[in-house]
Design a protein around this ligand. Structure first.
Ligand SMILES: [Zn+2]
Length: 292
């Protein structure tokens, strides 16, 4: 499985796939989904992002790998292997050759310098840790794991402790904190290293952030779960059922789409299938998506 390498200034970016999920009911993910409205979009959604019958969404889970002249950086780490998720059967006890695919992308766990996390949901933190002799240990022994502090604080709150994602926080985030490998980003976000910038994009989760990358006068953006499916570029007010604060999520999606169009940014999605990457252009009063 060889994915495309994108070049942005002096950096290269590629994807490490974890798993494709092809059995999502459109209305279950996007309650405002309307088959008639979607009809005009079928030519660019089928087959990679919508099945031919228009009844199933195809959703990818993957990691982005960035090589800058100085660093090897990952953005979001999928579901992970062997994680017990009985309350979310599609994510329960996965056994995917993700580490082998990472190796195929030319990266060993020891080489990873930074793991940047848009938020701390189950399908974005899994490969933070792996099971060794019955213990969850950091997969990347030399990396700093960088994530929004508000996400961490949420999982310490009563609501967070009772949430469906708390088990993932315990087995995939606490071990990297205990190992002294965590770096937290304050609520306002801001620049990180030379080339990255954390942007607050609250809504999908309480502390969600999008991460931009700047090199050679070009801009890339890793938007986490501000969008789950490319139809949301055309319909930015179709919030997903997984968004904790739907109105804030809609505002963040509008902000992101304006940013992408204004900067002609290359967008690296968390869950679009196909290449998972592309650009947003203005179309009338709205936006259009183009895969690259
Ligand atoms: Zn997600």
């Amino acid at each position: 499985m060889t994915d495309r390498y994108y070049t942005l200034g002096t950096t290269s970016i590629t994807r490490v796939p974890e798993k494709l999920f092809d059995d999502f009911s459109p209305n279950a993910l996007l309650p405002l989904w309307n088959h008639e409205t979607v009809e005009t979009h079928r030519p660019w959604l089928v087959p990679d992002n919508l099945d031919a019958a228009g009844q199933k969404l195809i959703i990818s889970v993957h990691t982005w790998v960035i090589k800058t002249p100085k660093y090897t950086v990952l953005v979001d780490t999928g579901v992970g292997n062997a994680k017990p998720r009985p309350e979310l059967p599609i994510f329960h006890q996965l056994d995917e050759p993700w580490l082998e695919r990472l190796a195929a992308a030319g990266v060993t766990p020891e080489e990873v310098d930074f793991v940047l996390l848009t938020h701390l949901h189950i399908d974005h933190i899994g490969w933070n840790t792996r099971l060794v002799d019955g213990q969850w240990v950091p997969t990347f022994p030399n990396a700093k794991y960088v994530f929004p502090q508000a996400e961490y604080e949420y999982f310490l709150s009563d609501a967070g402790r009772q949430s469906i994602g708390h088990a993932a926080f315990v087995d995939s985030v606490l071990p990297v904190i205990d190992a002294g490998q965590a770096v937290m980003i304050g609520v306002d976000g801001g620049p990180f290293l030379d080339d990255f910038h954390f942007h607050p994009t609250q809504g999908h989760s309480v502390g969600h952030m999008s991460i931009s990358l700047h090199s050679g006068g070009e801009t890339a953006m890793f938007g986490g779960d501000v969008m789950h499916h490319p139809i949301q570029v055309a319909h930015p007010l179709w919030a997903s059922c997984f968004c904790d604060l739907p109105e804030a999520a809609n505002r963040s999606r509008q902000w992101l789409l304006n940013y992408l169009a204004d900067h002609n940014a290359l967008y690296f999605s968390s869950h679009f299938a196909g290449t998972s990457a592309g650009r947003v252009q203005r179309l009338g009063s709205g936006f259009a998506w183009h895969f690259e």
